[in-house]
Design a protein around this ligand. Structure first.
Ligand SMILES: Cc1ncc(COP(=O)(O)O)c(C=O)c1O
Length: 446
């Protein structure tokens, strides 16, 4: 028998022509956005908040939404389709009977899956005559992706970046600025909402919920600007299904199919993009697949309450039915800060509520997660983003479980980004600086 192929690639003309919209296939209708009992209607304000094409996609019940040709060209420019790898070296090192496959979103030009929706949103915003995009960012990957997409589409870009991360990721700040973005630590003094928090505490660490409020307020006060969200919403997950749709084609080429599908989850965009096409197979074709969302105990939103809550701190958005920790809840900063968001996307929350998605939350000190990331690096050779390390950690834990039970499961995991700009964070969590001071040949033991 021929040795299994390490890399399963797609030709350029195999790039999917449509995104997958799971709404018509859900086991029950998705609870709609709602207004709170008091104050102005947030639902009626949605057309003033979002790009119109995206708002139409948000509500669409069409199963397949065509990807415009010009946007497909931008996807090709960004290096899609991306390979699926068989993790043969990792399997061998773990001694697992499981077959492990990972999708390589780390080949994205800016370093993460976020470009898949950034390009779509910038493309539609330009079509609608907007000149500037505003947004929030946590880890910085989304801000970089939108800055990149705005540059390619000839738009300006303003980014509100959670201060706790902004203050230590200097290289990524420079990267966004080199792409032409205007970047502000959030809470900032540029918006009324941000100023209120900033004046009380100039070192306020911020949160994604606060940064979203700032991005929304900025766009609302400029008719030439529109706000762009990097996760949570239906249309964002749908743009990301390009990941899972490619992966399905690649599995067909490999003559295999996943038993378990794993990815990290903050607001839900990479998990949704990777998993939803497979969830569609479960819901419409009777396939049996387990889905696991890897999270941090710093923000285990899927273990929160399933109820209506705001998506932002200042309560500008409508209420969304989702698993939430509460939109004003403070959460400790972590190096995988893209996972630190209070709520999970409504689509994935419904699937979790129906028992279709499982979740695991790893300790907030991140050591276990980052040590597994090192095992992956030293066998497969790629440096994952800190968030993606959670996906790897969960895949390794599953593979080790298979080793104990002897199960020959097929494990699919998504690596949402690379960690070239996150090495400082890895060094801190793994105690590399302290180890270096204590020993002339540090780290060989990790
Ligand atoms: C590399 C990477 N992976 C995952 C995430 C989590 O976001 P989401 O759940 O929307 O995929 C982020 C967020 O910033 C990220 O930068």
């Amino acid at each position: 028998m021929a040795a299994p192929s390490r890399q399963i690639s797609l030709d350029v003309d195999e790039l999917p022509t449509h995104w997958y919209n799971i709404l018509p296939d859900l086991p029950e209708p998705l609870p709609p956005p709602m207004d709170p009992d008091h104050g102005p209607s947030r639902v009626a304000n949605l057309p003033n908040l979002l790009i119109h094409a995206c708002l139409a996609q948000e509500m669409s019940t069409e199963r397949w939404i065509p990807i415009p040709d010009e946007l497909r060209q931008l996807y090709l420019q960004a290096g899609r389709p991306r390979p699926l790898f068989r993790a043969l070296s990792l399997e061998k090192a773990l001694g697992t009977p499981a077959r492990m496959y990972y999708k390589s979103e780390f080949f994205s030009p800016t370093g993460s899956h976020k470009v898949n929706t950034a390009l779509a949103q910038a493309f539609y915003a330009r079509e609608e005559g907007f000149e500037r995009l505003t947004t929030e960012t946590g880890a910085g990957q989304w801000g970089t992706a939108l800055a990149y997409a705005a540059a390619l589409c000839g738009l300006k870009c303003t980014v509100y970046w959670v201060r706790a991360v902004h203050s230590w990721k200097k290289a990524r700040l420079g990267y966004m600025q080199m792409l032409g973005a205007d970047v502000h630590a959030s809470p900032s003094n540029r918006t009324a909402f941000g100023r209120g928090l900033w004046e009380r505490d100039h070192n306020h660490p911020g949160s994604l919920g606060i940064a979203i409020s700032e991005g929304l307020e900025d766009a609302q006060s400029d008719p030439k600007a529109v706000y762009s969200l990097g996760s949570v919403l239906n249309h964002v997950l749908m743009h990301q299904t390009i990941i899972g749709l490619e992966t399905q084609l690649q599995y067909a080429k490999a003559g295999d199919y996943p038993d378990v599908v794993i990815s990290c989850l903050g607001g839900g965009s990479n998990f949704g993009g990777f998993a939803l096409p497979f969830v569609g197979d479960v819901l419409t074709k009777g396939k049996k697949v387990r889905f696991i969302a890897a999270q941090s105990q710093a923000a285990p939103n899927l273990q929160g309450e399933y109820r209506y809550d705001f998506a932002d701190h200042a309560e500008i958005t409508p209420l969304l039915k989702m698993y939430t920790l509460g939109h004003t809840t403070a959460m400790v900063p972590i190096k995988g800060d893209g996972l630190r968001y209070h709520g999970c996307s409504p689509i994935l929350s419904l699937l979790r509520h129906r028992g279709i998605i499982d979740t695991i939350a790893y300790p907030a000190d991140e050591r276990h997660v980052f040590e597994h990331a090192l095992t992956f690096m030293r066998t497969e050779g790629f440096l994952p983003a800190p968030e993606s390390a959670y996906s790897i950690c969960c895949a390794i834990d599953e593979a080790l479980r298979c080793k104990e039970t002897g199960e020959r499961e097929t494990i699919a995991f998504n690596i949402s980004g690379h960690g070239f700009m996150d090495i400082e964070g890895y060094r801190e969590v793994l105690g590399m600086d302290a180890a270096e001071r204590a020993s002339p040949s540090p780290f060989l033991g990790i």
